[in-house]
Every structure is written in structure tokens, then in C-alpha cells.
Design a protein around this ligand. Structure first.
Ligand code: BG6
Length: 512
């Protein structure tokens, strides 16, 4: 790494997250994710001098595209989507090492050509290169890609060394427990688990990582983090956008597969897991799996633990917007949910009896992701019995996005000669304390995969534990597609039927 200057931010850090010489191969190179996220992430890593000195990029796709055209396409993606302005000084040396290879995902010959190209680049570099295969295609071709990486020998390049091949797999990771297991088996037939990086981009978000720091680097929270002090926990992942142009995908997915099974369950696992024995990837993932396994099966049907709904016509940003079934590519008879809420019971020593409420939806009142820990009210009635005392339950809320930070809700005395109280908020804001140029989730995740750190990726047993909980819900909805399917106006906080989940335990949803 000596020939790669350090970014000023890294100076003084004892651990330099250096990646070995690498060739990144992106399957699905002409896709949206490549342009919006992957290429800007690689650009920003280059800007921060975090790419290894020998870094190569190969776009792999079905369409024949000359190298030059692919490079121009990547430049345009950076100009449009990077958080930093395009600078040729930062990018030219990466662009020079960028190539495109056309081929079918099920065409063994194409993988043979890929192997030859990687060998050639390795000869050019004069040193061994790690191959990082980034599978960013529709899930229908995951299997042929993985099998061809196996058959061509690419998956086993330099196996057992610091530059062994790695594979990054984008979501969706299966559509139920059976397909997730099948996918895990296909992967296991080709790669060893330490070579595999299953992406959940929420884990790359700065504030999600901060959750671990807040929980385990501060002494004041952990003693309260249990059934003796916590009344309930609410996790909200709300979006203001509708399905947009992704109707075709979303119709087959719905909110539970798209947001709950992965992102929301990961937030739950990090919030509720036991302290890991170390910050090692396996130690953290062991605790997440244990937590996911302690969740009780969800009751479906009337009075159960789940609610689902579709958005109706309403407002977004003050403008009228159509309902879900009027969107492009959506069947007018669609029963796909755009909102889902769950009441979760965790049957372990720490959390028995504490409900966890999870919800996610499109076209909600505003974009916000938040984890709120609501504490029990203090015993005794010192401040009660008169309307002079306006009191609220203490709440610790982590704002994951967009206004990153955390807030503690406390009760305080209003200044004056008589004792009156009012809830007040103590804020910590990332933007105020640290400035606002936070790295994007994909920067961290691409770097971690190159470095071989799996902490922020999902292990095979984790994804299966999450599907084990969710699959019976999806099966019951499939059996009765319209039962309990509610509606909510775009721009609202969701359907009426979801109010019943917290209300049955004497709680109500927050309006974050
Ligand atoms: C993706 C979902 O995984 O996450 C999208 O497929 C959703 O439907 C997106 O919009 C939300 O991500 P973020 O980072 O914007 O909160």
C-alpha cells in the first residue's frame, strides 16, 4: 500500500483498510444499480485513495458494447449520480483499466473469455489479482452466473490466499425460504462462505453502523436495554416515493419481500441482539441469527400480528399522485401490498413481553427511517393528577435517514414560579457535528467486500432465519389474496387497520 497516498481522514488511523490488487467484474453492467450506485461508489473510493494501486474493472453484459463506449457511459453515471463532482484526475487511471466483455450468463464460452481477460490483466499487473464478482443482475440469472463461475474455475482463483475470489450478491436473495435455501446451496456448491458477500445496503448506511457504536460504546444505554425498562420498540422505514417505473418488479415482490424481510429485519436484529463477544464479522452475525431465531411465529388473519395495504390516490409533495393500481405496469386487480406492519414478539430473557412494531411502505407522509426505543414510565405519581404536568414516555430515537442523528425525549420543568412540565428533545445531528459529506452505503460495502470483511453482509443462515419467519405470512396472503388488504391515501401514515397492532397492547404508532 506504500505507493497509495492516504486520504487525510485516514491519517492517524492505526488500521488502514487496504484492499489487495483487485479486478472487479460487474455482471449486469448496463443496469440501473451499476450506474446509480456501483460506479459512483468506485469513483468516490478512488477519490479517497482507497482503491488498491492495481485496480481493474470489467463490465460484463449481454449487449456488445465497445470498451470506449462503456467508459463514456461510466463517466456519465459519475457525473449524474456521484456525491462528488467528476474530476478526470481521480477517474482517468481507473477508466484506463476499465473493460467491457459481452456474453451470455449461461454461455460457458463467455466465462472462458473472462478468465483469459483476467489472466491477461494479471500478467499486465505483474502480480496476483483478487477477482471480485459482483452479481447485480435480475435473480433469474443468479444461478447460471454462479454455476459458470464454478465451471470455469474463476470461483477458485487463488483459493486459500489473501487474493482468493469473492462474490457479491445483490438482493433479492430468494423469494421465500425454499428459494433462499436453493440459492444458498447453489452458492455453497461453488464458493466457500468466507468468499460470499450478500448485500443489504442498509447495513452500509453510516447511521446503521453507528447503532452498534451507540449501543456498545456507551455505558448508559445497555443497562436499560431490556424488558425491565423498555415498553416497546418501533421501527419505521417509510418512503415518500411510489413504485415509479419499477412496477414490473414490484408487482412480483411487494413491501414484505422488498423492504421488511431484509432491511427492516436487519435493523431489528442490530437493535435487539445481545452484545457480541467481539466486533468480528462472525461474532456479530452469530448474535443476529440468535435473535432472529428467538422471534415467535407471526399470527395472520383478523386480530393477528400483521397488516397490509396498498396506497390509493392522494398527495406527494403537495401534488396529486395516482393510487398503486393505476401505476404503470400494475394490474388493476393487483393484491400486492405497498405497506406492511408487523408486531413481533421476541421470546428470550431480554425481551420477553416487549412488543416490537415494524412498518414500511411507499407513498407515506415522508421519507424517514427511524428506530425508536420507548421506555416505561417512571413509578410513583409525583407529577400527576393535574394538567400542569404534560409528560411523555422517555424515548430514544435513532434517525437512520434522512436527517441522520439521534434524539432523546425527556420531561423538563417549564421555567416559571409554579411547577409545570413539558416533554423536550435532546438532539445529536450528524450534519451539525460532522458535516454532511457522509459516504454512501455502497462505498463502504464495495470496500469491505474488496478487503474481505463480511461484518456488514448477511450470512446464509441469517437470510434463512428471516425467511423462516416471513414465508408463512406470504403463504397465507397468497392463499387469500384480498383478505385484510386495506388501502391508505398517498401522503398519509398508512392504513387504519395497522393502528390495531400497537393499540391491542395499549400503544400507538409514532409520527416521526
Ligand atoms: C431497495 C428497495 O432495496 O431499497 C426499494 O428495492 C427502496 O424499493 C430502496 O426504494 C430504499 O433504499 P433507501 O436507501 O433509499 O432507503
Amino acid at each position: 500500500m506504500a505507493d497509495s497516498p492516504r486520504h487525510p481522514f485516514l491519517q492517524g488511523l492505526s488500521i488502514y483498510r487496504g484492499a489487495p490488487p483487485t479486478v472487479v467484474v460487474i455482471f449486469g453492467a448496463s443496469g440501473d444499480l451499476t450506474a446509480r450506485k456501483l460506479i459512483p461508489a468506485i469513483y468516490n473510493l478512488s477519490h479517497d485513495n482507497l482503491l488498491p494501486p492495481d485496480f481493474y474493472l470489467i463490465g460484463f453484459g449481454r449487449k456488445p458494447v465497445p470498451d470506449e463506449e462503456f467508459r463514456r457511459h461510466m463517466d456519465a453515471a459519475i457525473k449524474e449520480f456521484s456525491r462528488r463532482e467528476f474530476s478526470p484526475q481521480v477517474w482517468d487511471h481507473v477508466a484506463r483499466n476499465t473493460f467491457y466483455l459481452a456474453g451470455g450468463y449461461d454461455e460457458p464460452g463467455a466465462f472462458e473469455r473472462l478468465r483469459v481477460l483476467i489472466d491477461k490483466l494479471e500478467a499486465q499487473a505483474g502480480r496476483e489479482l483478487q477477482s471480485l464478482f459482483y452479481v447485480s443482475t435480475p435473480p433469474t440469472v443468479f444461478r447460471p452466473i454462479l454455476e459458470n463461475l464454478g465451471a470455469s474455475g474463476l470461483a477458485r482463483r487463488h483459493l486459500g490466499t489473501a487474493v482468493q475470489s469473492k462474490v457479491v450478491i445483490e438482493k433479492p436473495f430468494g423469494r421465500d425460504l425454499t428459494s433462499a435455501r436453493e440459492l444458498n446451496q447453489t452458492i455453497a456448491g461453488v464458493f466457500q462462505e468466507p468468499q460470499v458477500f450478500r448485500i443489504d445496503h442498509y447495513l452500509g448506511k453510516e447511521t446503521v453502523q453507528d447503532l452498534l457504536v451507540q449501543r456498545f460504546a456507551n455505558a448508559i444505554f445497555e443497562p436499560l436495554w431490556n424488558r425491565n425498562y423498555v415498553e416497546c420498540v418501533q421501527i419505521t422505514v417509510a418512503e415518500e416515493v411510489g413504485v415509479g417505473a419499477r412496477g414490473g418488479y414490484y408487482e412480483q415482490s411487494g413491501c414484505v419481500r422488498d423492504m421488511i424481510q431484509n432491511h427492516t429485519m436487519q435493523l431489528l436484529a442490530l437493535t435487539a441482539m445481545e452484545p457480541p463477544v467481539s466486533l468480528d464479522a462472525e461474532a456479530i452475525r452469530d448474535e443476529k441469527v440468535k435473535l432472529l431465531k428467538a422471534i415467535q411465529p407471526l399470527a395472520t388473519g383478523p386480530g393477528g400480528d400483521v397488516a397490509r395495504a396498498q396506497y390509493l390516490a392522494g398527495l406527494a409533495g403537495g401534488q396529486p399522485v395516482p393510487g398503486y393500481v393505476q401505476e404503470e405496469g400494475i394490474s388493476p386487480q393487483s393484491a400486492t401490498e405497498t405497506y406492511a406492519a408487523l408486531r413481533i414478539a421476541i421470546n428470550n430473557w431480554r425481551w420477553a413481553g416487549v412488543p416490537f412494531y415494524l412498518r414500511s411502505g411507499k407513498r407515506l407522509a415522508r421519507r424517514v427511517t427511524e428506530i425508536a426505543i420507548q421506555f416505561k414510565c417512571p413509578p410513583g405519581a409525583l407529577f400527576a393528577g393535574t394538567d400542569r404536568f404534560d409528560l411523555a414516555a422517555n424515548t430514544l430515537a435513532f434517525q437512520i435517514q434522512p436527517d441522520e442523528g439521534s434524539t432523546v425525549l425527556l420531561n423538563a420543568k417549564i421555567p416559571g414560579l409554579e411547577t409545570r412540565t413539558q416533554p423536550v428533545k435532546m438532539h445529536f445531528r450528524y450534519a451539525t457535528t460532522f458535516g454532511s459529506n457522509t459516504p454512501e452505503a455502497y462505498e463502504r460495502l464495495v470496500l469491505d467486500a474488496m478487503v474481505g470483511d463480511g461484518t456488514l453482509f448477511i450470512r446464509g443462515d441469517e437470510t434463512e432465519a428471516s425467511w423462516r419467519l416471513i414465508t408463512p405470512v406470504l403463504e397465507s396472503w397468497q392463499a387469500q389474496p384480498r383478505e385484510g388488504l386495506d388501502g391508505y391515501p398517498a401522503g398519509s401514515w398508512g392504513p387504519q387497520s395497522a393502528e390495531a397492532l400497537p393499540a391491542a397492547r395499549g400503544h400507538e404508532w409514532r409520527k416521526p
